[in-house]
Design a binder for this molecule. Sequence first.
Ligand code: MF3
Ligand code: CO
Ligand code: CO
Length: 270
Amino acid sequence: MKKESKGRVTRDGIRIHEPAEFAGMRKAGELAARILDDIIPHVRPGQTTGEIDRIITDMVEAAGAKSATIGYKGYRHASCISVNHVVCHGIPGDKKLKDGDILNIDVTVIVDGWFGDSSRMYVAGRLSRKAERLIQVTHDALFRGIEMVRPGNTFGDIGHAIQSYVEAHRMSVVRDFCGHGLGRVFHAPPNVLHYGRPGTGPRLEEGMFFTIEPMVNLGRPETKVLADDWTAVTRDKSLSAQFEHSIGVTADGFEIFTLSPAGKFHPTWG
Ligand code: MF3
Ligand code: CO
Ligand code: CO
């Protein structure tokens, strides 16, 4: 007989974790957040994304943890680094960052079997006004979504909060990628959509663990994946931004597992 982990799975296939299991996510989330803090001084014009990824790889190893992305579906790096019009899953490489580039760095680590997944925006050099606006709206949209997390609300409430905020600022929410359940696995049910209608979708219950990770475009929402089979870009080449937290549903709200120990989730400049 297969050994089952304890606990319950809802009829939507969403695992309900026990209060004691929050401790595992706290440790994994904290490491992901600390790496995203510590990488800040390495993001500057002239630096390559490949070098940033190499530093992240070393940080994961120095912490005695494992990268969740190295070896995942053939992916070979400890981070995804998505520059300017790259929406997500940018592959680190030898292209140098230029003054004014904006980038998302996404790191997922495994600590004691638990997955911590988070991403933030960074800027190389000087930030343009329009990029600053995009980044601010994306960050605030994530938090509009997080504020909907409590038992009894639905995943549609989260998506609606994000979409309505973004569209009120005349920007668009990417539909082609979503957040996901996680815990002792990287990607589990449900798909966490960043758009939707209030009251729709599965109901939130205490003990659910998932990410919220909205991608927001200055132009149209459509994306395409490049020939490398990973890099997703905006079809209209408009700038794109993303922030991601790993979250648990508590008895009366939420816990963010990937909060920045240094209070640097945003902004990462100034
Ligand atoms: N960390 C990403 C997420 O938020 C997944 C990256 S998978 C990779 O779900 F293989 F591209 F690294
Ligand atoms: Co994720
Ligand atoms: Co991620």
